[in-house]
Design a protein around this ligand. Structure first.
Ligand code: SAH
Length: 250
């Protein structure tokens, strides 16, 4: 199954969120990571202008969000639910590391629907809510300041799911830079070195009788930069201009 299809089977469930801004932040965090399905269990305020504002461009995630009367409704049809809990609980489901849980979620997503369940900003998840989940994850944050903002917790999990779904190498935005030209070939680079050596010799900078490490050092410098065709043309243009001034032709 394609990574995007796996991520399509993940739903994010927010239990009793009290700040609409966090709902918007969660929607944005989800969409940034290619996750679209949001369920809200008895949100205090929704829809809300603050949620829209914090969602930035993720208004489609908000518009499609399902508002549910209880967690059972939000989890209906799913086969695996992982609870996010800021602190371990006695009566909660089995603890997992973030990455273990992500592995289980993605494996289960190949078969069916899965859910990530987040708690209320002040009280977290209730025991009742926790007991409806199969595993519990605590993000290993600073023990002296361990509770993340709800939207931030959603972001961490959605990022890990994306990394997991794409086996560590998600597609990036087109890396092409506007100035890029094709890489220079071996012969173009050797032509440049020969040109450079000639000019350095003519100007007296390089003495064949005492070569030192100049040429290998220059090769190492240019080798590191993976020269492009345009760059070779610029460098050779500079050399040609220098030669003309020193009366050696081009
Ligand atoms: N005071 C609450 C914290 C709620 S933060 C408590 O102690 O439970 C709101 C939600 O964000 C939590 O219910 C949980 O789903 C998620 N969250 C915040 N910090 C987290 C962490 N370190 N690990 C896992 N989930 C976290």
């Amino acid at each position: 199954m394609k990574p995007a299809d796996l991520l399509d089977r993940v739903r994010v469930v927010l239990c009793r969120p009290s700040h609409p801004g966090n709902i918007g932040a969660a929607a944005r965090a989800m969409k940034n990571m290619g996750i679209a399905r949001l369920a809200l269990v008895t949100p205090l305020r929704f829809p809300d202008a603050e949620a829209d504002a914090r969602a930035a461009g993720a208004d489609d995630v908000l518009a499609a969000a399902r508002v549910c009367g209880n967690l059972d409704e939000a989890l209906a049809g799913s086969t695996l639910a992982v609870a996010l809990s800021a602190r371990p609980r006695d009566l909660g489901p089995q603890p997992r590391s973030v990455r273990e849980a992500v592995g289980e979620l993605l494996a289960a997503a190949a078969q069916g629907e899965v859910a990530l369940v987040f708690g209320n900003e002040t009280t977290g998840l209730s025991n009742d809510e926790l007991q409806r989940c199969h595993a519990a994850v605590t993000i290993p944050s600073n023990p002296e300041f361990s509770s993340l903002n709800l939207g931030a917790a959603v972001q961490v999990l959605c990022y890990e799911l994306r990394m997991g779904a794409y086996a560590g190498v998600p597609p990036a935005a087109d890396p092409a830079t506007p100035f890029a030209s094709p890489p220079a070939t071996h012969d173009e680079i050797e032509g440049f070195y020969a040109h450079l050596e000639a000019v350095m010799t003519e100007t007296g900078f390089y003495n064949h009788a005492q070569p030192g490490r100049l040429l290998p050092k220059l090769r190492r410098l240019f080798g590191r930069s993976r020269l492009e065709k345009d760059e070779i043309n610029i460098l050779r243009g500079i050399l040609a201009a220098t030669r003309q001034k020193t009366g050696h032709g081009r």
